[in-house]
Design a protein around this ligand. Sequence first.
Ligand SMILES: Cc1cc2nc3c(=O)[nH]c(=O)nc-3n(C[C@H](O)[C@H](O)[C@H](O)COP(=O)(O)OP(=O)(O)OC[C@H]3O[C@@H](n4cnc5c(N)ncnc54)[C@H](O)[C@@H]3O)c2cc1C
Ligand code: FES
Ligand code: FES
Length: 1032
Amino acid sequence: MQNNEEEERPTGTSNLVFAVNGHRFELSSVDASMTLLEFLRSHTSFKSVKLSCGEGGCGACIVLLSKYDPLREHIEDFTISSCLTLLCSINGCSITTTEGLGNSKDGFHSIHQRFTGFHASQCGFCTPGMCISLFGALVNAEKTDRPDPFLGFSKLTVIEAEKAIAGNLCRCTGYRPIADACKSFAADVDMEDLGFNSFWKKKESQEVKISRLPFYNRNHEICTFPEFLKREVKSSLPLESKRFSWYKPASIEELQSLLDTIDANNGVQMKIVVVIRRDQSGIEIGASLTISKVIEALKEEWKGEFLSECKVVFKKIAVHMEKIASEFIRNTGSVGGNLVMAQRKHFPSDIVTILLAAGSLVEILTGTMREKLTLEEFLAGASFDSKSVLLNVKIPNCESIKNISPERNSKLLFETYRAAPRPLGNALPYLNAAFLAEVSCSKSSAGIMLNRCQLAFGAFGTKHAIRAWKVEEFLAGKLLTIDILYDAIKLVKANVMPEDGTRNPTYRSINTLMFNDGKSKQNYDCLDHVKFPTLLSSARQVIQINKEYHPVGEPVTKSGAALQASGEAVYVDDIPSPRDCLHGAFIYSKKPFARVKGIEFNSKLLPAGLTALISFKDIPNGGENIGAKTIFGPEPLFADEFTRCSGERLALVVADTQKHADVASSIAVVDYDLENLDRPILTVEQAIKRSSLFEVPSFIYPKQIGDVSKGMAEADHKIISAENQTALAVPDEENCMVVYSSTQCPEFAHAVIAECLGVPEHNVRVITRRVGGAFGGKAIKAMPVATACALAAYKLQRPVRMYLNRKTDMIMAGGRHPMKITFSVCKTNLLSRSAMRAPGEVQGSYIAEAVIEHVASSLSMDADSVRAINLHTHDSLNSFYDVSAGEPLEYTLPSLWDKLATSSSFIQRTEMIKEFNRCNLWRKRGISRVPAVHEVMLRPTPGKVSILSDGSVVVEVGGIELGQGLWTKVKQMAAFGLGSIKCVGVGDLLDKVRVIESNTLSLIQGGLLLGALPLSQAVKQLECAVKPWLTD
Ligand SMILES: Cc1cc2nc3c(=O)[nH]c(=O)nc-3n(C[C@H](O)[C@H](O)[C@H](O)COP(=O)(O)OP(=O)(O)OC[C@H]3O[C@@H](n4cnc5c(N)ncnc54)[C@H](O)[C@@H]3O)c2cc1C
Ligand code: FES
Ligand code: FES
């Protein structure tokens, strides 16, 4: 229930009450497992929060959560991921999404405007989350007691602005423009550092540049906690536990009795008392304290309580914790949850490792028994059962460590380390370590004595972090010499070993040694006095503007970017569900080659909400089992009695909600039969050996020039776009089907759907407005999703929609194509791969570059010289590309090659790098320039331009807006073309042109995703048509 602030409200309700963007919501009951994301997307109009990863890893779903403390009259604002937040947990809270900042009707917020002007949004699926991350940072910066900034700026610093988006994943835009939009709010920003934008011209003065930025008024910022909710919080009652299945015990005793009465094995999740206690013996942290709060407490300045060495230990623990996940995860993730996950599920925790080295203790509650254990004992104990509770963790005062040392003038050292794919966090560690050592100057000889040490290693491929006791014992009481360190490293190697089955064991082992040998400061992310590295290296963007075709070629803002930022842009899954809409989820094969005997559900009762199970048997008479068409032929929608690869679609579960469909598909049990079947083909080599080859269509046979016979390149990129595969199919009159699909190729989806349903193509309409990122993955792989929805909708005569969860999406994407240099295309029992950004060309380039490098190394030549010798001449280009080679004067690669060498000082830099590498044991730096020749083909594609009676213009093209800016280019082309029929030139024509969604029956598509060029023809024809009319 949503109502406005003005309404009279009941006081003292025990219902769930919260606010979203100033609107009040009150719920008298709710499924306790409902997430905030699910609620916002399916029960409100606030669709800016997107589901992408569904597990806290991407930031597409984040919102600002505000809590009010009536006693202190204080509002706390922090970002959270709505996909991991249970709705019941936000009782009495206020939520702000990007819609709450502004919109196209009432005016955009300066965050939206600056994201637009700095060209910081492409497909736009990540943009609402980015805007909220920045907004959260701005809100909190304004609460600091820093001096007031210049007008139009905030109290935010550049470093904070960059950090604000460190947990937000963008698959398309690149972080430079996004970071620039964020930094433009910072009080300490140097305007010269801000990159290319639509606000100012390069040579304009600082003052002019500032005046052109959309104004940020820090005195009129958005209210994050509405007054009505403050009043209600003061008089509210706790949620009625039974009705909401939501318990909030206020004491340990209450918790104990709850655990006794509730079936704790039945999915009960718990968190426990929130306190931080400090005394002479150390710091005790309540288990459910969030990681952010712990960081804050550990960084706090305390007068006198601890030795300064201890304070350093606490601060270093805090600095390490800042690398864990992202800010919005740390704002809700608890230390206790982390420790229990590490104990129970062998989660590769950072917290466990650093606390282990600091000699931490934990307190647990089992039944009525409270017990204190060392962290090591806790980790090594039996799996923590669901009725036991972790109460707190204690980091001891290091004075206690020093007190047991006989050495009085000793010093404590503490270091933590982390090797991970990304330096700023938001990536699990490959390995982590922390070392605490007590050292003193040797009395007998010049040197350092290591009196004792505590060495912890984690995440390297064991069940949980460990103390390296043997190494500690070996080092204790020793004078540190090269020989001793060398022996210690050998001991580490023998004692810190990844278990069998660990990925990249050698890399992890080498890292443990590097952490130990003191080189880590140069090579690894040693978190001592970490200075936040800036996200971006310096760069310069130079755009040459040619006015001849004004406004074509001019850098205008992207069409629809502000709508993307404010969350108003509508993607397929944002379209409201029609009445009686059902939801689908695929059941896919987990065997590469098997007979499918049947599918059942792994529960006594039928899964909740289940409506139908659709398989190849449901293809209507006259229809075909077809899910996609590729140049190698059709691909089945569902496996028939055989599945030919893991990840192949076996059936579609249809249920009343997406959650029910997902749950039903996850508990489906497939009965496979492998008897008398050949072994599956799993590698390209096996395929060649068993002559399993595709018939290559003659038009793509390469023209054989020269003799290519060796080389191998394999790449297994995972393809993800921010928006997962999605479609909505709605049955229409006369056996027709309207399908909203997030596809790059609506016309192919159209044909496949018609063929599958056995209806004429004019009975199908595929509509695509925008796609939340694609990279090739929404070309072929989007078709079966649209087709499956259409088939289910056709059979059930009800709308059916589907939004693949990230796991299914990634499994079905299958990665980038592996490649071996042969003249055949091999057929394996692996899932068909996805076309992805320049399909085939990346693999081809790898192969070509591998050949070049090999030749260079065999001949002891510089690879750059081999590349230069092998650049095409115009003659060789002609042999390969025929007509598309163009005229000799048009072939510019050799001159570009030289120009690049000059503009980048390539030769000088090569020498500098060689010199640097000569002075280092390992080759650490490199430089390379790599040419690429891409054949450009012109294909006829349709375009339609209509001028309406008020002079506004509507354009349709045979291409899809995927974030690449097609609509912007189309608008420019239309404005340019129509410019000549306007007496005063182009003027505001750009604003008059609107490009609309693709609709396969309104405009027959021209294939793939481009299509601005034919527009010029359409505009020309329109120009001829309207000119005489205008003259009259
Ligand atoms: C995207 C992402 C990246 C991450 N990266 C890292 C990383 O790099 N390093 C790292 O160390 N961590 C990382 N984490 C983990 C994170 O730090 C949190 O520890 C984690 O999210 C668990 O916190 P939680 O409070 O939400 O746990 P919950 O999900 O609430 O709890 C986890 C489990 O522990 C149980 N539990 C919780 N508290 C108690 C208690 N007091 N007593 C008994 N049982 C309890 C719960 O019932 C549940 O079964 C990452 C998490 C995410 C989502
Ligand atoms: S963080 Fe929630 S969807 Fe990715
Ligand atoms: S613009 Fe960021 S994911 Fe597409």
